[in-house]
Write a protein that binds this ligand. Structure first.
Ligand code: ZN
Ligand code: ZN
Ligand code: ZN
Ligand code: ZN
Length: 426
């Protein structure tokens, strides 16, 4: 049925467009997912084509949250699961998981940590907070906007800030147009022409007002817009300081907010156990919540070791939580050597992987590949330009589906290499 409909589209237009590829990907994925649980895919016959699969995608996304990644939930293999004899002579088992974040952001509601979807990716607020579009964009100002075309109130300084923001947007727009023109004239050199609109761009911006009333604008990329490298490469934005180190900074949100980053949990063999979106920040508390939720799905086996690059903070926060009591929370070898101070006693005492016998084999080599999450995230990062304008249903569906396909591939390679991938039965 799917192939017939895809051919039908192509025949009508005689060209293959991005929408056809996206529809094909969505329909095949949804049909397979329904087939696996013996159900039929039902979609609406009314409305726009772009909205037809949103409900079905949302249901599939929900299923993944409640039941986990299908090939990862019960997975074990010789690369991520070992048996060993402890100091008391008892036989023990050990499975490890590695957590890491990467900077793919999608547009989201401007209200801090609001997870409701935008109705349209040109909106700045969700349905519930839609009225915020009518409030001045300067942080801390609650006055209404001066008219429907403005994002600031009638305060002349706030209007000057909006003007600066527009000038910056226009300059970026002109440069984008010139670049696109150049690419059209030199198609062989052309890289991807993005459809991204700089006038709704979403940098972290702040302003300073001089005593003579002049307004200066400063900005840094929002971590969710960066799309290159891992979060380690991104300096913490510091909007409370100006570039000159003086003045009185005022923050504004003329553009959309973006989600902060994605977080993954990956087994050392490369099987991706879970992914989640971090809205406000990659805070340690959010990571702990993610861990608890990810392993709460039916049939999931709690790991014996969790590696995370800020586990020293995470472990301290988790000390009173019984769920974490029997879990080793070390920092991966590279981060421990390069990013954690030898003078930090708690870290050196609790998070050094050398403390655990099972983390080294009989030759003294590390048992698990703990840099696996960074390698996996570098792969996922490659989808940044495809995902950056997606609304949440499609964004989650796309990434989860890519992860599902990747897991099938990884498990097949583990099989070929004799690593005995299998499912455990709790
Ligand atoms: Zn494995
Ligand atoms: Zn909202
Ligand atoms: Zn204002
Ligand atoms: Zn530390």
């Amino acid at each position: 049925m799917f192939f017939a409909s895809a051919t039908f589209f192509v025949a009508l237009t005689s060209n293959l467009y991005r929408e056809h590829v996206w529809d094909a990907f969505t329909i095949v994925s949804l049909l397979k997912s329904k087939e696996q649980c013996g159900k039929v895919l039902e979609v609406t016959h009314i409305g726009e084509q772009k909205d037809r699969f949103t409900k079905a995608m949302g249901e599939r996304n929900c299923k993944f949250i409640l039941e986990g990644q299908p090939d990862a939930v019960h997975h074990m293999c010789d690369r991520c699961f070992i048996t060993y004899v402890d100091d008391n002579g008892d036989s023990k088992t050990c499975q490890a998981i590695v957590g890491d974040g990467f900077s793919i952001g999608r547009p989201c509601c401007g209200v801090f940590r609001c997870t409701d979807p935008l109705q349209n990716n040109r909106h700045r607020f969700c349905k519930q907070h839609y009225a915020e579009h009518n409030v001045c964009a300067i942080v801390g100002c609650t006055a209404p906007i001066s008219d429907a075309k403005q994002k600031s109130c009638s305060n002349s300084v706030h209007q000057a800030m909006e003007k600066k923001n527009k000038e910056k947007g226009n300059a970026a727009f002109i440069l984008k147009e010139r670049y696109q023109k150049y690419q059209l004239q030199h198609p062989d050199e052309g890289s991807n022409l993005t459809t991204h609109d700089s006038t709704v761009d979403e940098h972290l911006e702040w302003f300073e007002v001089e005593s003579n009333g002049d307004v200066h604008i400063f900005n840094e990329p929002d971590p969710g817009t960066v799309g290159g490298g891992t979060l380690d490469d991104i300096e913490e934005p510091c909007p409370s300081k100006s570039m000159h180190g003086n003045g009185n900074p005022i923050k504004a949100r003329f553009g959309r907010r973006r989600t902060h980053n994605e977080q993954t949990l990956v087994h050392p063999c490369g099987v991706i156990f879970a992914r989640t979106t971090m809205f406000g920040a990659e805070a340690v508390s959010n990571f702990l919540v993610m861990l608890g939720n990810a392993f709460a799905v039916p049939g999931a086996r709690k790991p014996e070791h969790v590696f995370y690059d800020t586990n020293c903070d995470a472990r301290q926060q988790a000390e009173n939580d019984p769920w974490f009591k029997d879990i080793g929370m070390c920092i991966d070898v590279w981060h421990f050597l390069n990013k954690h101070k030898v003078t930090h006693e708690y870290c050196q005492k609790n998070c050094n992987p050398y403390m655990y016998k099972e983390l080294r084999d009989e030759n003294g080599q590390w048992t698990f590949n703990t840099s696996v999450a960074e390698q996996t995230n570098a792969w996922l990062q490659g989808y940044h330009s495809m995902c950056r304008e997606m609304l949440p249903a499609r964004f989650d569906f796309f990434l989860d589906e890519m992860i599902r396909l990747k897991n099938i591939e990884v498990i097949s390679k583990l099989e070929q290499r004799g690593k005995n991938p299998r499912e455990y039965d709790l």
